[in-house]
Design a protein around this ligand. Structure first.
Ligand code: OFO
Length: 171
């Protein structure tokens, strides 16, 4: 059972996860347009991960007897300043998502909603990895600077990222 407040907050965040997926799909196409094929792959994998996050919320809300509802959303950006700028925007977005997950967790604690607290724990941990990945790439990009060879090497490394479906796929 979800309280009306908890249901509304979870449904809103489910839509934010879908927004994240669309944002990274746009970033993938933008990277491709910049000639960064490996980076396009990295963002495509990120898009697939966000769809898993979206589906986890969708499945959880429905499994609690409520109706998950996809709504209207703002169009995500499609223009990004640079290779580095794209990852700086990604980190800023993930920090925002972390704050949303923290707020949801706070609400679940206030409401003594133990099931939702347990559900959200996966996301609390996931956000550490999300931010860490972005910080690592930003660090490398800052070290590389304008060195074209370095940028190509990093792009090639990002091309090796593979989407791994979760062990507990959302039903
Ligand atoms: Fe779903 O973690 Fe990124 O946005």
């Amino acid at each position: 059972m979800l309280s009306p407040n908890m249901y509304a907050a979870l449904n809103t965040h489910m839509n934010t996860e879908l927004y994240s997926a669309y944002l990274y799909l746009n970033m993938s196409a933008a990277a491709n347009a910049m000639g960064l094929k490996g980076t396009a792959n990295w963002f495509n994998v990120q898009y697939q991960e966000e769809m898993v996050h979206f589906m986890k919320f969708y499945t959880y809300i429905n499994s609690q007897g409520e109706q998950a509802t996809v709504g209207q959303m703002n169009a995500p950006s499609s223009r990004f300043p640079s290779f580095l700028g794209m990852f700086e925007e990604t980190l800023a977005h993930e920090q925002y998502i972390t704050s949303c997950i923290n707020q949801l967790t706070e609400l679940a604690v206030q409401e003594k909603d133990h099931a939702t607290q347990i559900f959200l724990q996966w996301f609390v941990t996931e956000q550490i990895e999300e931010e860490e990945n972005d910080r690592e790439i930003i660090g490398k990009l800052k070290m590389i600077g304008d060195n074209g060879y370095g940028q190509l090497m990093l792009d090639s490394e990002l091309g090796t990222r593979v989407f791994t479906p979760p062990a507990d796929p959302p039903a």
